[in-house]
Each structure stands twice: as C-alpha cells, then as structure tokens.
Design a protein around this ligand. Sequence first.
Ligand SMILES: NC(=O)c1ccc[n+]([C@@H]2O[C@H](COP(=O)([O-])OP(=O)(O)OC[C@H]3O[C@@H](n4cnc5c(N)ncnc54)[C@H](OP(=O)(O)O)[C@@H]3O)[C@@H](O)[C@H]2O)c1
Length: 301
Amino acid sequence: MATSCFHLLCSSSISSRLRNTSIVFPCKIPGLRIKSTMSEISEIKAEKKKIFVSGATGKTGKRIVEQLLAKGFAVKAGVRDTDKAKTIFPNPNQDLQFVKADVTEGSEKLATAIGDDSDAVICATGFQYSWDLLAPWKVDYYGTVNLVEASRKVGVNRFILVSSILVNGAAMGQLLNPAYVFLNAFGLVLVAKLQAEQHIRKSGINYTIIRPGGLKNDPPNGNIVMEPEDTLSEGSISRDQVAEVAVESLLHHSQSSYKVVEIVARTDAPKKSFEELFGSIKERRHYRPHDHGGFGLGAAL
Ligand SMILES: NC(=O)c1ccc[n+]([C@@H]2O[C@H](COP(=O)([O-])OP(=O)(O)OC[C@H]3O[C@@H](n4cnc5c(N)ncnc54)[C@H](OP(=O)(O)O)[C@@H]3O)[C@@H](O)[C@H]2O)c1
C-alpha cells in the first residue's frame, strides 16, 4: 500500500507504552544475539480513520459504508432512524457506529453528530418522494449546505458529495433532455443539487463532487468512464461503482481533491486505474461562481 494510503488509514496516534522489560531479538547471524534492555511494547495501536457517511441507509450509502469497512476505515453512519439502520447493517461491527443525523435539522446538530473524531464526510443523501415539493431543496440543497457547515465547525476539511450528471443541464444546452426535464419535474432537484455544489465549491472545503449517471442496483457492467464537469448527458452506472469512486477518492486524496467528476460505465471503455481516472480531471481549487453557467441562487448565501 502506498505511503499516502497508509497515512490516510491510520492516524498519527500510534502509541506505544514501553516498560522496563528485556526483549531478546532473534538474529540470523550465528552466535550473535541482540538484547534490548529497553522494553516490552505493551500497546501498539493504530487508530483507523473514521468517515462520517450521511445517507448511509440509502442504496448507494449502504454500499459506501460496506466498501469503507472493507478498506479498513471506521464509519460513523449518520442516519435518521437507528432501528432502520440496524436492519440494513444487521451484523455487529466494532468499526461501525450509528448516530442520529437529519440533514434538515441544521448544522449545529449535525456538527455534534459528526463530532471531533471524524476525518471526512461523505454525503449520499437524496430526498424521498412525498407531497412536499420543497423536499429536494430541504435535503439536496440546504441539507448538504448544513453538512458542509457542520464539517467546517468541527474542523473536518474533506467532503465527498454524490451528486448527479446533468445538474448543470441548462448551461449545457440540455434543457430539453428528457432526463433533465423528468428529474427537475419534481421540485427542481437537479437545480437544488447544483446550488449545493456551488456552496461546497465556494466554501473552501477540500471536495470531490461525484456526478454519476443513472444509478443501477445491478453489479458493474462495464468499466468506469470519468469525465470533467458538464460533459456527460446520458449513461448509467452501478451503485457499487459509485461507492467505489467515493471510497477511492479518499484513498487518492491528492489526485481527487477539488475536483468534479462525472461517471458512467461503458462495456466498450478500457479499464483504467483510479490514478489515471482522477488524474485526467482538472483541479478547480479557485472556483468563481460567475465562471460557472447555470442558476446563481447559491451566490445569495
Ligand atoms: N436514482 C438515480 O438514478 C440517480 C442518478 C444520479 C444521482 N443520484 C443521486 O445519488 C444519491 C444516492 O441515490 P440513491 O438512489 O442511492 O439514494 P436513496 O436510496 O434514495 O437513499 C437516500 C438516502 O438519503 C437519506 N435521507 C433522505 N432525507 C434525509 C434527511 N432529511 N436527513 C438525512 N438523511 C436523509 C435516506 O435516509 P432514510 O433511509 O432515512 O430515508 C437515505 O439513506 C442521491 O443524491 C441521488 O439524488 C441518483
């Protein structure tokens, strides 16, 4: 594993308590024994990096949690209903903890949920269809803004957002794209997501915004295609691959920072490493909203 990955997975609090005990190290040189008068190492503990996942009970969020745990992270799952969460993750895992976190309840409460022990935040929330036409604005816009502000309050400076292709469809000339029309028909969800993205990009937080095409529950069928913002206007991708990109963006911190990536899967696409995929996208650290087409509501914040 590359050094950078190791540093991400294990925080610096590797502690060792040394006691006055002799240790004799075996040595392959005949007749030579190295004797340490030093110590018994009674504790060498490498703390895992802890990732706060909002929307952990969702179809993509669940996969993100599972993949984070598989890659050696600890997870703090921010959920609305802990009983529901326990049915989705029935196997007890000491690296998985549940905390109540409704993103519509404001940044103060969320800051408490994220706490001072989270190293990064992944947002995979999405509004649930209801009679409330403002739900996309409450969850996909203000909810995400609340999460970003909560992260900043507790000093977390790494934020991964699962957004969507076509959020900037209007500026891309895709106003009549059926997907753009259909998705915006309920509460302008793509516009709400674009505003959330703009808030993240102006906030100064280190971000990776992942814009997937249509999400599928099926296992991956095809290789990941990664393109810069406002490029893809069609295509689909397995939620497994979206989760993989979210987790890999943490593992490829320097290559994925301050980037917006659009992803779909294609059977005819070549398989590329995540270094190649993230490396092909330009960093946009100094974001100026007026450079960015689309609706300017975010500027009002
Ligand atoms: N569907 C697509 O084809 C498509 C395409 C591109 C992008 N996306 C985006 O990808 C993301 C993931 O999609 P998905 O279909 O995997 O999601 P999903 O299964 O609908 O899950 C949504 C998650 O958001 C949570 N949530 C909703 N309101 C919340 C609130 N007020 N506070 C905290 N959590 C809340 C839900 O929690 P509960 O379990 O408590 O309800 C659930 O965990 C979404 O942002 C979606 O818009 C979707």
